[in-house]
Write a protein that binds this ligand. Structure first.
Ligand SMILES: Cc1ncc(C[n+]2csc(CCOP(=O)(O)OP(=O)(O)O)c2C)c(N)n1
Ligand SMILES: [Mg+2]
Length: 666
């Protein structure tokens, strides 16, 4: 049952008033989008969205994604008016100020009800694809009784124009994610002016061609909005609803123009808007009758939530399984790997670390049902598929392996969406070199404090013949620049398993696993016969793999495939009576977090420190100091067999040892 139009209009005007007043108070922000989409959002939130403000984490709630994150006042208004505990009106008063959860753009870690961080245009919608995938997967596992919800997206012209939109809707159309509905704020305005300035694209035709259902509505006509949303819900395909709106609707002199996009209306125009909208309440005050109407609309969601709780309670076994699944991996990755690693200790394997990753994924995917893998069309190269992970497809959403296609950015964003949804622990592969294609989504994994594992193989010139376009040089070090991202570069089978355990057992930190294409010797095994989480040597980020025999003069620090090179260097140095430690550093971030005593023990000041990594040397000063020796590659690679490249670029014991001796004697 819908409320009369006049009351709906006043509910929508509450969003308009809060948005223009908050932006005015902050003297910064974007009033145009929330004022333009206020009517659509009011219909969606009060009549369609399944949610319970008293239980923002309810697993079967609909997901709402404000992909046009600059319109953050829209979601802050909606959460407040619907009766969520936060944001309070004081929070809104402090919009965009230090300490307020009402940040410039919505942040998932600041407010319950904000499902994901948005602002980088296009990625909200692409994350929503992942949420819709997670929903279908869990529905296939647990059935309609426990998992049956929709993913709603509000997106602007910018979200649809970004390249990632193509990847995201291609994936959603192919996977027939019919429970995903995108409400496009079709206002024909972006920052620079009319969309005519920069695009002539037939967006509706593009969505249709991608397998989407497309409809439109007058975004300021409540009945027409309802009609379109009902149509979107009924159609089995994902839906795009083009909502024709006027940006800044309600600001009589500025609405419809680009100046209302991202600047305060100004005191005069705010006053004019109050007049125009018939809004006489003071700033940040909502008339009681409007608040009553808003709160009443959430009774529907509360009732549905109560029914869901009853269904969950009705079957104790199913409930336990569901709750354990939704709770995530916790610390169950290490136990899943114990038998495998202990066997490696007794039976060493010479394999590429990408292969070692596949071997570790065997027991992990077998024992951890939350793991959902995939690759951006490099399954056989990334070694991401296991016997336990059948394809996830429109015909069978119970599968746990996603063929993402050649959509690195779309894959990364979708994985973020899955992780945010909960109940799914996503990992996905591509070549390390193409991390740059999805870099901003990796950054958003880190910013959003979620667990996503990036399996990035072919991690150096060691990939050989494909040449410089495919050979990472600056990628590993540049990944390490991203805060709250653990970059792992394991050196052998056992370290690879250790890094997988660490990656999966950090619920608020995403991980990159940089893995080799080429075979590597197994360097570990001694002392690993009783391997467990407690003996995971990679956990401290770096450790002494081999101590010096002769009096120590040198400490060689290496990662990944270069640890074996460091071992050769050490052997040659020892032959000449020069004592050398070898430190394996699979994760700089974890090492940097250790206490000073441990760091000083591993990297003592009284020895020459030599770093060896087949990538840029910049950054290694942090560990080897000003007087250290950094062996690396500060230019693009070349096309040739791997062994020849290591020789050419001097990443061999033959090339390195003389430099060390020179330095010691110099
Ligand atoms: C990836 C990315 N590029 C650029 C921006 C800066 N930016 C923020 S909003 C915007 C214009 C968006 O236009 P539209 O989606 O139509 O929003 P409207 O002006 O209608 O509110 C731009 C370019 C951004 N936030 N993200
Ligand atoms: Mg626009």
């Amino acid at each position: 049952m819908s409320l009369p139009t006049a009351r709906m209009a006043r509910m929508a005007n509450a969003i308009r008033a809060l948005s223009m007043d908050a932006v005015q108070a902050a003297n910064s922000g974007h009033p145009g989008m929330p004022m333009g989409m206020a009517d659509v959002a009011t219909v969606l939130w009060t009549e369609f969205l399944k949610h319970d403000p008293k239980a923002p984490h309810w697993a079967d709630r609909d997901r709402f994604v404000l992909s046009a994150g600059h319109g953050s006042m829209l979601i802050y208004s909606l959460l407040n008016l619907s009766g969520y505990a936060r944001p309070t009106m004081d929070d809104i008063r402090n919009f965009r100020q230090l300490g307020s959860p009402c940040a410039g753009h919505p942040e998932n870690f600041l407010l319950e009800g904000v499902e994901c961080t948005t602002g980088p245009l296009g990625q909200g919608l692409a994350m929503a694809v992942g949420m819709a995938m997670a929903e279908r997967h869990l529905n296939a596992v647990f059935g309609d009784e426990l998992v049956d919800h929709r993913t709603w997206v509000v997106a602007g012209d910018g979200c649809l124009m970004e390249g990632i939109n193509h990847e995201a809707i291609g994936l959603a159309g192919h996977l027939k994610l019919g429970r995903m509905n995108v409400l496009w704020d079709d206002n024909r305005i972006t920052i620079d002016g009319d969309t005519d300035l920069s695009t002539s694209e037939d967006i509706k035709a593009r969505y249709e061609a991608t397998g989407w259902h497309v409809t439109s509505c007058d975004g300021h006509d409540f009945d027409d909005i309802r009609r379109a949303l009902n149509e979107a819900q009924a159609d089995p395909r994902p839906s795009l609803v083009a909502c024709r709106t006027v940006i800044g609707k309600g600001a009589p002199n500025k609405q419809g123009g680009h100046n209302v996009h991202g600047a305060p209306l100004g005191a005069d125009e705010v006053a004019a808007a109050r007049e125009y909208l018939g809004w006489d309440a003071a700033p940040f005050e909502i008339p009681a009758d409007i608040l009553v109407d808003w709160h009443a609309t959430t009774e529907r969601g509360q009732a549905v939530h109560a029914e869901w709780q009853a269904r969950l309670a009705s079957d104790a076994g199913r409930r336990a399984k569901f709750e354990s699944h939704m709770a995530g991996i916790g610390d169950r990755a290490s136990p899943a790997l114990e038998a495998y690693v202990r066997d490696l200790a007794a039976n060493p394997k010479i394999v590429a670390t990408r292969k070692a990753s596949e071997m570790a994924l065997g027991p992990l995917t077998e024992q951890l049902p939350q793991l959902v893998g995939g690759s951006a069309d490099l399954t056989g190269s990334n070694n991401t598929k296991t016997a336990s992970t059948a394809p996830f497809s429109a015909d069978d959403y119970s599968g746990r392996y996603v063929y993402y296609g050649i959509r690195e950015f779309g894959m990364a964003a979708a994985m973020n969406g899955m992780a945010l949804h909960g109940g799914v622990a996503p990992y996905g592969g591509t070549f390390l070199i193409f991390s740059d294609y999805c870099r901003n989504a990796i950054r958003l994994s880190a910013l959003q404090q979620i667990n996503v594992t990036y399996v990035l193989t072919h991690d150096s010139i060691g990939l050989g013949e494909d040449g410089p376009t495919h050979q990472p040089i600056e990628q590993i070090m540049s990944m390490r620049l991203i805060p709250n991202l653990n970059v792992y570069r394991p050196c052998d089978t056992i370290e690879t398993a250790e890094c997988w355990a660490l990656a999966l057992e950090a619920p608020k930190t995403p991980a990159v696993l940089a893995l080799s294409r080429q075979n590597l010797p197994q360097l570990r095994g001694e002392g690993d016969a009783d391997w467990s989480a407690a003996t995971n040597r990679s956990a401290k980020g770096a450790y002494r793999l081999k101590g010096a025999d002769a009096p120590r003069k040198v400490v060689l620090v290496a990662t990944g495939s270069e640890v074996a090179v460091a071992m050769e260097c050490a052997a040659k140095l020892e032959e000449q009576g020069v004592g050398a430690d070898v430190v394996s550093m699979p994760c700089m971030e974890l090492f940097a977090a250790q206490d000073a005593a441990y760091r000083a023990d591993v990297l003592p000041t009284d020895a020459l420190k030599v770093s060896i990594e087949a990538g840029v040397t910049q950054g290694w000063e942090r560990f080897i100091g000003d007087n250290g020796l950094a062996i690396g590659i500060d230019r693009f690679g070349a096309s040739a067999p791997a062994e020849e490249l290591f020789a050419k670029f001097g990443i061999t014991a033959e090339a390195i040892v003389p430099q060390i001796l020179n330095k010691l004697n110099g």
